[in-house]
Design a protein around this ligand. Structure first.
Ligand code: NAD
Length: 243
């Protein structure tokens, strides 16, 4: 493969993204030196912890959401380049672990986006399982009526993201694995490839015979099997690769 144009000849590209694609938008990742896990305890973000005390969980979560300010974050040059690549007809899909909504905001088409870990812009009812835009919880949260309640059935609302210990939504996971089995190149951007089963998606692409290109600042467990590893910032490398 020509290192100066690693995507040459790839007509069915799967892009797999993690928190690292959004750090340049000001959203910290989990595992870097300035990542969220350096100051937050992951044990407080589990499904068990939520179910034990949903009000306490929402208090913690709402503080974090105010700090992250996702509503005002802008897609990076990497998100934009991926959305523009969709228009070439060579993009099978984007499987993202991110919950920040920046692929959507950049214009990646909905039917080419698999949100593996849900969305921070939604909430879900633990009783009737319906999903709603985050606005459905806003009034309760602003008035500290915690936990917020489902507008349809009055059940407890949980964030629309997958908590640790919670099963991943099947449909996006199946769609992402189908892309992995049929792609001819998988481009990983900004993921430590440490969170399973999501991290199995690039591995499935490799097993299906696809080439692998990784853009990530730190090492990943698949570096040795990749055709090309770029330890660069996503917003510098991805527009160049997809041009
Ligand atoms: P991670 O924190 O485990 O790994 C992020 C990787 O990105 C690191 O290896 C780091 O070297 C790399 N990185 C950071 N900034 C980069 C940049 N500008 N350019 C290139 N590489 C960069 O994240 P993960 O693999 O996505 O897995 C952790 C979980 O974090 C996921 O489940 C995801 O749901 C969740 N998460 C999401 C967000 C978000 O939506 N933006 C933010 C934090 C965590």
């Amino acid at each position: 493969m020509a290192a100066n144009d690693p995507l040459a000849g790839a007509g069915r590209v799967l892009v797999f993204t993690g928190a690292g694609i959004s750090t340049e938008a000001g959203i910290p990742d989990f595992r870097s030196e300035s990542g969220l896990w350096t100051r937050l305890d992951p044990a407080r973000f589990t499904l068990d912890s939520f179910l034990r005390d949903p009000a306490a969980y929402w208090r913690l979560r709402f503080d974090l959401m105010r700090e992250l300010d996702l509503a005002n974050r802008k897609p990076t040059a990497a998100h934009d380049a991926i959305a523009a690549f969709a228009a070439t007809g060579r993009l099978l899909g984007v499987a993202t672990q991110n919950i920040d909504g920046l692929h959507e905001r950049a214009g990646t088409p909905e039917d080419q986006l698999a949100r593996l870990h849900g969305s921070a812009h939604e909430v879900a009812c633990v009783a009737c399982r319906q999903r709603f835009p985050f606005a459905a919880a806003e009034d309760d949260l602003a008035r500290e009526r915690l936990p917020p309640r489902c507008p349809a059935c009055g059940g407890v609302l949980k964030p629309g993201t997958v908590l640790f210990g919670e099963e991943m939504p099947r449909e996006p996971l199946e769609r992402a694995y189908a892309w992995a089995r049929t792609c001819d190149l998988c481009l990983v951007v900004g993921s430590s490839l440490a969170v399973w089963p999501a991290a199995g998606i690039p591995e499935a692409a490799l097993e299906g015979g696809a080439r692998l290109v990784i853009v990530n600042r730190h090492e990943t467990p698949l570096d040795d099997e990749a055709d090309l590893v770029l330890r660069e910032s996503a917003s510098a490398a991805v527009p160049r690769l997809l041009r």
